[in-house]
Design a protein around this ligand. Structure first.
Ligand code: BTN
Length: 274
């Protein structure tokens, strides 16, 4: 079965005009689907079929969009960006967790073009506009089941033209979109184009120089630095004031027991919603 017949829903591709030439560049191939269960699952299958790194899978709608920590990602049709990038980064697999931080920075830089001064990052990888979540990142390794990691599927969901009335009740005070904060409809293709350019540039920087030089740019967008937070990781809760990011991307927390490094968890700012 060839790839065309395997992916029968891949018709005209509105993102074809922003494909970028050059092997490995983000968006060197853009596979567009009107509807998928999850771009993550399809990108993983395409990677296994030999689709090259840099390929982006975009869906206009997801019926089973996945978020971090087993959550769902709200993915209504025709308004937002839901995409997954096949990556084979030239970094050690120990550094793979840095990819989602770098992707968060690239997304923040892309949104800055459309909503200047209103973009923040909430560690590890929530994208905020005016204090509400407008996007999220989900990085999943390729080859985890075999024990030999060969790459990463980098998933990004960005609320572009979602309207307040279309946000489900349980997300209504937490979620936002570019359209809600700017009051104008944004061109999803233009958002994707800038996102691919920023992602290419920041991933290249990570490969060449590590996370150190990138962390200052990340800090510029940090919503947490200087804030008193609570971090929940499984059954473990830690509380303290965020001092910034460590060179390896860990969150540094000043607690009653001294400085602690947080590697994973859900962070809530004291006095704000979780
Ligand atoms: C989060 O929980 O904040 C991460 C959300 C990641 C959502 C994106 S949408 C495109 C890609 N496909 C998925 O199923 N999830 C990611």
């Amino acid at each position: 079965m060839n790839r065309r017949s395997r992916w029968p829903n891949e018709n005209s591709n509105p993102f074809a005009g922003i494909e970028r030439s050059g092997p490995g560049r983000i968006g060197c191939r853009i596979r567009y689907f009107p509807s998928l269960v999850s771009t993550q699952a399809t990108a993983l299958e395409l990677a296994a079929d030999g689709e090259p790194p840099g390929t982006v899978v975009i869906a206009d709608h997801q019926t089973g969009g996945r978020g971090r920590m087993g959550r769902q990602w709200y993915s209504p049709p025709a308004v937002n960006l839901y995409l997954s990038v096949i990556l084979e980064p030239r970094i050690s697999t120990d550094s793979y967790p840095l990819i989602s931080l770098v992707a968060g920075l690239a997304a923040a830089e892309a949104l800055e073009h459309f909503a200047p001064g209103r973009v923040n990052l909430k560690w590890p990888n929530d994208l905020w506009l005016c204090g509400r979540k407008a996007g999220g990142i989900l990085a999943e390794v390729i080859g985890g089941a075999t024990g030999k990691l060969t790459g990463v599927i980098l998933g990004m969901g960005i609320n572009v033209n979602l309207e307040q009335d279309d946000i489900p009740d349980e997300l209504a005070v937490k979620a936002t979109s570019l359209r809600i904060v700017t009051g104008t409809i944004c061109d999803r293709i233009a958002v994707a184009e800038i996102l691919f350019e920023r992602l290419d540039s920041r991933l290249h920087e990570l490969e060449e120089a590590g996370f150190g030089p990138i962390s200052a740019a990340w800090e510029h967008y940090s919503a947490l630095t200087g804030k008193r937070v609570s971090v929940l990781n499984g059954a473990e809760r830690r509380t303290g004031v965020v001092m910034g990011l460590d060179v390896d991307g860990a969150l540094m927390l000043e607690t009653v027991n001294g400085r602690e490094r947080i590697l994973a968890g859900d962070v809530g700012i004291e006095g704000a919603y979780d």
